[in-house]
Design a binder for this molecule. Sequence first.
Ligand SMILES: Nc1ncnc2c1ncn2[C@@H]1O[C@H](COP(=O)(O)OP(=O)(O)O)[C@@H](O)[C@H]1O
Ligand SMILES: N[C@@H](CCC(=O)OP(=O)(O)O)C(=O)O
Length: 260
Amino acid sequence: MGKRIVVKVGSNVLTREDGKLDVTRMSAIVDQIVWLREHDYEVILVSSGAVAAGRAELHVDHHLDSVEQRQLFSAIGQVKLVGLYYNLFREYKIKIGQVLTMKENFGAEEQYKNQEACMQVMLENNVLPIVNENDTVCITELMFTDNDELSGLIAKMMNADTLILLSNVDGIYNGDPSEPTTRIIPSVYYDRDISEYILASKSSHGRGGMTSKVKTAHDVANAGIKVIIANGNTPNILINLKEHPMETLHTEFVARPLNK
Ligand SMILES: Nc1ncnc2c1ncn2[C@@H]1O[C@H](COP(=O)(O)OP(=O)(O)O)[C@@H](O)[C@H]1O
Ligand SMILES: N[C@@H](CCC(=O)OP(=O)(O)O)C(=O)O
């Protein structure tokens, strides 16, 4: 069996400035996932973008609170998101399966095992799992911080070799990304604290920001899984990370060596 990779794609990678789904970008991500599968990698895709897709689809001229917005827009947007993935992967004769989940499913042992078994059977049958939080029914207080946290839990649950977090930045900068003097930190050891470099700012459609990515990355690297933060807007980023890692901008959280 090839190496198992969890790829998480943030809302900003998938949406245009006007908030609509960026189908060209989605198509590019799909092409790269196909390349990974053709090179014997098993891929699990964690995709954000439902709320952004739904917001662009429906014009509402009355007030909705934040929970109503999330429920309404994700319900509309998830259908659109997965429909697009369905069409894009169908071109390559790849079957996709939708996994909508929530934090409770990672708590109780029975539910955890059930979810693990569900994803395992998909992989065994060559189906590509596309995972998102079930935003329509989640209770705000019990939600994942964002899909970075969810992708970390999936990577650990499924014993992945690598978790790749695709965002709209080339990696973690050693300061404000908009400052010309700041540089990408190429590697972070699983026990190194880099919180001094992280700004509270986040991209326009994102939920958790870099703080949540770093927290997830540390946690997952500590569990012995390599984590990469890279730019999903860069052409062929997933292929280049595999083929030319030294020449490809990214931040790697080095996995803690485990006595497996
Ligand atoms: N040191 C840093 N290096 C890179 N990005 C940072 C840093 N500190 C804060 N950020 C912010 O984190 C954002 C990415 O996180 P987020 O908005 O959650 O994106 P996504 O939607 O991809 O999950 C960047 O757009 C950037 O504004
Ligand atoms: N479940 C939400 C994603 C929320 C989220 O975590 O977004 P992001 O920070 O861009 O990964 C959606 O599909 O819109």
